[in-house]
Design a protein. Structure first.
Length: 433
């Protein structure tokens, strides 16, 4: 890509990070069971709790492996109990009331954590294995995984069917890029007659977003309302959507600024989302720009970043990636990206590259970055990589840029975001008249 996405940031302190413990929450209704794996602990973990899922998503020790199956459905009446062992560093799940009572009464190595979820008495068999080597259990509905462990891995002993589950109804089919591109082309027609010389012209217009409805004021231009709808529909979460309290449109051709996000009030809780109407002259780039800026908002959320450590000594006390007044936490997207792909390499210069420097570095390392602008700094590399991950196919090679895109598969939140964006954009082909 030969355009630059410029991001404005306010570097004011005053944001206190509060980490909360993982608290088990029994799903009150049907839910997907999310599966994680830790190579450090040599074990899997399963949860139907969205809060727990999202916390693990930011824990670099755990890698998301997808949705295992559906639990706590209306026909699910059998409770599955959960235990934790601080000695073995594993969780144990059982649908057997006898096993539950035996562990509670006779084995102090296991702490009872309550009912994890409920399952049905028939359906998809969940196979259970135990490893005396790893001191942990493994559960799977996969016949292939079952056969592979039984035939090829002596570390695991098959223990039979643990319980029965329901197949997840969650769509796992990623819309093809051909459908995505068709949707973008259809949406482009909606903006094809907007003349940026007439609106907004040289005037910058800043709209206050209605905090109850999420709408722009009634007197807003229709093209601005349409553009705002695109931004809102491509938001990764409701929290990100609600955090955008101001929407700015302007026209400044040749400035190099296409889109940006800036903190309102310096608290990283409210944001202004700005779009240069020059981008509409080539609408194909707009969804990419929007996802790029939303990626910044994701990386500034509360679990990701700390701006106050030991009073104001943020940089001196930050043991993870630090940039521009921000200390990115250990499991954050930015710090993880830094540790995997920037730390200890000549890509990291400790500051932003200029446009000329970025072009020179990209020319020398074209296989390491998805775009020229990604060479600017760690944050822009992450956001550009996420946008490419959403709108491109992962390259089938061992290049570093391919590794960066593939690494995002390990986040349930980011893989789900990719799914959402492609579905939304693909639907434009039918929704836009």
């Amino acid at each position: 890509m030969n355009y630059y996405v410029m991001t404005l940031k306010n570097y004011l302190l005053g944001f206190v990070l509060v980490w909360s413990c993982l608290l088990w929450v029994l799903p009150a209704q049907a839910a997907d069971l999310y599966r994680f794996y830790s190579s450090e602990l040599n074990g899997h973990f399963y949860t139907a709790s969205i809060a727990e899922r999202d916390a693990l998503d930011l824990n670099s020790q755990w890698r998301y492996e997808g949705i295992a199956y559906r639990v706590s459905t209306p026909q699910a009446t059998l409770p599955v109990y959960r235990f934790w062992s601080p000695l073995y560093k594993h969780h144990f799940f059982t649908a057997s009331a006898f096993e539950k009572n035996e562990l509670i009464a006779n084995n102090p190595n296991w702490n009872f954590e309550g009912v994890a979820f409920t399952v049905a008495t028939d359906g998809l068999p969940v196979y259970r294995f135990y490893s005396p080597v790893f001191k942990g259990h493994f559960y799977t509905t996969s016949e292939q995984e079952r056969q592979n462990l039984e035939q090829n891995d002596s570390n695991w002993n098959f223990e039979g069917i643990a319980w029965y589950a329901q197949q997840s109804s969650t769509s796992t089919t990623l819309p093809a890029l051909s459908a995505v591109n068709a949707g973008i082309q259809q949406m482009a027609k909606k903006f094809s007659e907007v003349d940026p010389n007439l609106h907004p012209g040289s005037q910058s217009i800043i709209y206050q977003v209605d905090q109850l409805t999420g709408d722009l004021p009634g007197n807003a231009k229709q093209s601005d309302k349409d553009l705002w709808e695109v931004i809102q529909n491509l938001a990764p979460t409701d929290a990100v959507k609600k955090s955008i309290t101001e929407f700015e449109v302007y026209y400044n051709p040749g400035s190099g600024f296409s889109a940006s996000v800036a903190s309102v009030g310096g608290q990283l809780k409210q944001w202004r989302f700005s779009i240069n109407y020059e981008a509409l002259l080539s609408f194909e780039q707009v969804p990419y720009l929007v996802v790029h800026e939303h990626a910044h908002l994701l990386s500034y959320e509360q679990p990701q970043i700390t701006t106050i450590l030991n009073d104001r000594n943020v940089e001196q006390n930050c043991t993870t990636y630090f940039d521009d007044g921000f200390c990115f936490n250990a499991g954050s997207y930015i710090n993880t990206h830094f540790q995997r792909f920037w730390n200890g390499t000549d890509a990291f210069i400790g500051r932003n590259r200029t446009a000329t420097e970025a072009l020179e570095y990209y020319t020398a390392h074209p296989s390491e970055f998805v775009s020229i602008y990604a060479t600017t700094n760690v944050e822009e590399d992450f956001t550009e990589t996420l946008a490419a991950y959403v709108f491109q196919e992962n390259p089938n090679n061992q290049s570093k840029s391919s590794q960066k895109m593939s690494s995002l598969e390990g986040y349930v939140s980011l893989s789900s975001y990719r799914q959402k964006v492609r579905e939304v954009v693909s639907n434009w082909a039918d929704e836009v008249q």
